[in-house]
Design a protein around this ligand. Sequence first.
Ligand code: ZN
Length: 388
Amino acid sequence: MMVMILISYLLCDLCQAICQHAGGKEDLDPDKYTPQQLEKTYWLCIFAINQHVSICHESWLRCSCGREKYPAGHEFCEVDKFEEVMLMMKQHAVAMDANLTTFTRVWVLLEMHTAVMMRMQTQYFGAESEEAIALLSIPSAEDAEASVADDKARIVAKIRQAPGGVAAFDAIMSANIIKELCFNERGLLPGGRDAALEAVRRYPSCINICSSRGLGGTLLMMAAAHGEVKLLQELIKAAGKAININTQTSRGWTALHFAAVCFNTGSAEPLISSSSSSSSSSSSSSSLTLDNQCEIVSMLLKARSDPNILNSFQKTPLEEFVINAHAHSSHAALRLLFTATAGAHEKVQTFLCDDGSVKVGDKVMVKNEHSCLLSSLVDAAAAELSRQ
Ligand SMILES: [Zn+2]
């Protein structure tokens, strides 16, 4: 059984986040979920904490239950036991509201702080709000809000005592949140570039943390996937030695795999959403050129990306390139990947038909410029091998 905490600001955001986490969709109809998804258990502080034994008499709640009250520190007080509950959790998730108000609540910060201390990765869910992202700035723990002033004082004091104090906590928090927000499936969002760079400068190792949403990539992978040459270069520089260029997603994809399918808008199973071909295309995609992909592949190889790492489909970046090649794919990038990959000749040959077209599974792709280049690369490699 899965156990986790979800925290949120609005109940509807919370319900949608649970549906997303349990079943990958926001549908509220239980018939749309499998029995296994319906079996998942979530610990929700808004329902699991008994406020009648601590704060319900406060003027802003005005409850008349008359229950005996136990102050923070008492064994029967429940509002001060978040950390103990967190220690029993196997996963942690946060439901963001569109305005990111979630992160201004001190109890939310305490949970997130505990997750950081436990080295447990928080998963983020919630609605995209481009307005909030354009103004992206995550409030400091010092500015957090609490209904009870003592709660805030106690929690902020705890954060101050942790290694690096409030400054370190703020940096970790904002880096973690920003890496979730600066790209959507169409590309880099307004304000995303500056926010990403600022996050990496303040907390360099966030460059290696995979997003819990979308394609599940790191900032570097997203920059590679969307052809953001300049951002990729700046991220590598800003992260310095903290970077692990061969970080893999849960499906085994590296930044080089993402670069190999850069601007993929036409294949049967698009890694990058085909929505960018519609009028909603982001401003960055209009500036895409064939050179971007080559530059990105070249930059990643120079930064010691390993071209032989396999993703969970047992494919190298080169093979993903071949499988997903489309009109905007770069010949030069293909050449670079072919040259860098061990056994490229054998790997690619399996995709080539006798007539020079490319075949992936049962799907025969039309003979195009890429298949011609592939054929010539394979022929050249075969000739080279026979000379040796
Ligand atoms: Zn009460």
